[in-house]
Write a protein that binds this ligand. Structure first.
Ligand code: NAD
Length: 509
C-alpha cells in the first residue's frame, strides 16, 4: 500500500485532511502515517487520509462498545423511525455523496448516482427491521410448554471495504448491522475515504447515537487491529480474493463470525440464437462501465459457435462511441482508473494479451485522453484462450476478452472450472437453454439476458468459490442473519388454576 509523509509543497494548500470518526465526532489521527487520495481525472492529490494505529482502532471499538447497550435496548419502532430519517437524509445528499465518489474514485457522475441509489435500496430494506427480526413461536410444543425463537445482535461488528464502491458497499454492511442492534466500526478503502466521513456526519444529523457508527481509516495495521480485537464479534469484508482469504482465516481463527467477499472473473455466454445487438450493448455497458472496476463487471465473453464473428463486430463498432473523460463532464461515459499504478497494471495486460497470442481488436492505450489523469481507453481482445494470463487474472479494468467455443457444454465447463464464481450471464432466446444453464452453473449470481445480475436489496448478494469465504451472503435476509444470533426459549407457566390468588379460572379445563 502506498504511503506518503506529506503532500508535495505546491499541492499542500489544496490537499484536505481526512480523519477518523469516533464516538460521533472527527478525531484527527496521531500516527503520523497518512495515505494520498487522488482525483483520478486530474492525477492531482486531493486529500491525505490518516492511517490509524492499533490504539486508535481500539478507541473506535471502545466507543462502539459503550454505545451498544443503549442501542440494543432501543425499541424496534424507534430504530425503524431513525432508519427512515437516515434514508431521507442520505437521499437529500445523494448528489453530494456521488460527487465525492467521482472526485476520488473517478467513475462518471451518473454511475456514482447509481451507486448511491443501489446502496439506498439496502437502507430502505433495513427500515423494515421490525418485520425482519420477527421470530417463530410454537404454542403447546408439549403440554403447557411453548417454544419460541428470537434473534439478537452480536455486539460490536466491523466492516472493511474496497475502493470500487466507496458508498454502496459500506451501506451493504452498516445498514443491516445497526438496524439489527449492533454498533459498527467501518474501515473504508484508503483510496477514496471521504464518502464514509460524509455518511458518518449524515447519520449523526439523522439522530443515530454517538458511537453506533464509527470510521477508522488506514491500511493493514488498522485491518489487523480489527481482526484481532477481542471486543469485535463479526467482520464483513469486501475486496480482492487474497485479502478476503486472509481476513476470513484470521477473523475466524480469532473466534469471529466472518463473511469475506473476494474478487471475480465474470463470464458472459452468448449462444448462437442470442439477440446480438442486445448482447453487444450489454457487453459494452457491463465490460466498460465504471472503467471495468466492478466486481460484477463482465470481463470474459464466451461466444458459442457462429455468434462470435457477428458479436465481435457489433462490439467493435460500438467502442469508438464510448466517450472517455472526466466523470463530472456530462458527456463522459467512462472515467479514469483509480490510481496511476492500477491504470499502468491494467494497460500492461494489453501487451501481455498480444504476446500470449490474443488478437487486439481495439487498443485502449491509443484512445486514452491526454493529460495527467489515470485514463485508459476501452480495449477488446479476441481469441483469448483459458491458459492465458489475460483469461486467468482479474484485470479489473476496461479490458474485455472474447473466448470462442463450439458448444454450450464447453462454455459451461469454462465457467465451472474457473476459480471464481461471483456473477455470470447467458444471452439466448431459448428459455429451456437458460433454465438448464441456471441449473448447471456453479456461480452465485446468474443473469439471463442481464449482464450484471446484482440482486435487489431484498435478496442477498454473494458469489461462490473464491469469490466468497464464509457461509452467509451479504445484505438482504442473509445480511440480517449474519448480524444476529438465534436464541430459542422454552417456557412453561404454572397452571393459572393453581394460583394462590383466585384469578377466576375453573379448576379443570
Ligand atoms: P483490496 O483487497 O486491495 O482492499 C480491500 C480492503 O482491504 C481495503 O480496505 C484495504 O485497505 C484492505 N487491505 C488491502 N491490503 C490489505 C492487507 N494486506 N492486509 C489487510 N488489509 C488489506 O481490494 P480493492 O483493490 O480495494 O478492491 C477491488 C477488489 O475488490 C477486486 O478484486 C474486486 O473484485 C473486489 N470486490 C469484490 C466485491 C464482491 O462483492 N465480491 C465487490 C467489490 C469489490
Amino acid at each position: 500500500m502506498t504511503e506518503v509523509a506529506a503532500p508535495p509543497a505546491e499541492q499542500a494548500q489544496d490537499v484536505k485532511r481526512i480523519s477518523h470518526w469516533i464516538g460521533g465526532r472527527t478525531v484527527a489521527g496521531e500516527s503520523g502515517r497518512t495515505g494520498p487520495v487522488y482525483n483520478p481525472a486530474s492525477g492531482r492529490q486531493s486529500g491525505s487520509v490518516d492511517f490509524a494505529t492499533v490504539e486508535e482502532v481500539d478507541r473506535a471499538v471502545q466507543a462502539a462498545k459503550a454505545a451498544f447497550a443503549d442501542w440494543r435496548a432501543t425499541s424496534l419502532s424507534k430504530k425503524s423511525a431513525l432508519l427512515f430519517r437516515v434514508r431521507e437524509l442520505l437521499f437529500q445528499h445523494k448528489d453530494d455523496l456521488a460527487r465525492l465518489l467521482t472526485a476520488e474514485h473517478g467513475k462518471v457522475f451518473s454511475d456514482a448516482q447509481g451507486e448511491v441509489a443501489r446502496g439506498l435500496e439496502v437502507v430502505e430494506f433495513c427500515c423494515g427491521i421490525p418485520e425482519l427480526l420477527k421470530g417463530g413461536y410454537s404454542e403447546q410444543a408439549s403440554t403447557g410448554i411453548d417454544v419460541y425463537s428470537i434473534r439478537q445482535p452480536l455486539g460490536v461488528v466491523a466492516g472493511i471495504t474496497p475502493f470500487n464502491f466507496p458508498a454502496m458497499v459500506p451501506m451493504w454492511m452498516w445498514a443491516p448491522a445497526i438496524a439489527s442492534g449492533n454498533t459498527f466500526v467501518l474501515k473504508p478503502s484508503e483510496k477514496d475515504p471521504s464518502a464514509s466521513v460524509l455518511t458518518a456526519e449524515l447519520l449523526k444529523e439523522a439522530g443515530v447515537p454517538d458511537g453506533v457508527f464509527n470510521v477508522v481509516h488506514g491500511d493493514k495495521v488498522a485491518v489487523d487491529a480489527l481482526l484481532g480485537h477481542r471486543d469485535i464479534s463479526a467482520i464483513s469484508f469486501v475486496g480482492s480474493t487474497p485479502i478476503a482469504k486472509y481476513v476470513y482465516e484470521t477473523a475466524t481463527r480469532n473466534g469471529k463470525r466472518c463473511q469475506a467477499l473476494g474478487g471475480a472473473k465474470n463470464h458472459m455466454i452468448v449462444l448462437p440464437d442470442a439477440d446480438i445487438d442486445m448482447a453487444a450493448d450489454a457487453a459494452v455497458s457491463a465490460g466498460y462501465g465504471s472503467a471495468g472496476e466492478r466486481c460484477m463487471a463482465v470481463s470474459m465473453i464466451v461466444a458459442v459457435g457462429h455468434a462470435a464473428d457477428e458479436l465481435v463486430g457489433a462490439i467493435k463498432e460500438r467502442l469508438p462511441k464510448v466517450k472517455v473523460g472526466d466523470g463530472m463532464q456530462p458527456d463522459s461515459e467512462m472515467g479514469p482508473l483509480v490510481t496511476r499504478e492500477h491504470r499502468d497494471k491494467v494497460a500492461s495486460y494489453i501487451e501481455k494479451g498480444a504476446e500470449e497470442g490474443a488478437t487486439v481488436v481495439t487498443d485502449g492505450r491509443e484512445t486514452a485522453p491526454g493529460g495527467d489523469g489515470f485514463f485508459l481507453g476501452v480495449t477488446l481482445l479476441d481469441d483469448v484462450e483459458p491458459n492465458m494470463d489475460v483469461y486467468r487474472d482479474e484485470i479489473f479494468g476496461p479490458v474485455l476478452g472474447v473466448t470462442r467455443v463450439d458448444t454450450y457444454d464447453e462454455a459451461v465447463r469454462l465457467v465451472n472450472e474457473n476459480p471464481y464464481g461471483n456473477g455470470v450471464a447467458i444471452f439466448t432466446r431459448d428459455g429451456g437453454a437458460a433454465r438448464q444453464f441456471q441449473f448447471d452453473v456453479n456461480v452465485g449470481m446468474v443473469g439471463i439476458n442481464v449482464p450484471i445480475p446484482v440482486p435487489v436489496a431484498y435478496y442477498s448478494f454473494g458469489g461462490w468459490k473464491s469469490s466468497l469465504f464464509g457461509d452467509l451472503h451479504i445484505y438482504g435476509p442473509e445480511g440480517i442473519q449474519f448480524y444476529t444470533r438465534g436464541k430459542v426459549v422454552t417456557s412453561r407457566w404454572p397452571d393459572p388454576a393453581t394460583s394462590q390468588v383466585d384469578l377466576g379460572f375453573p379448576q379443570t379445563r
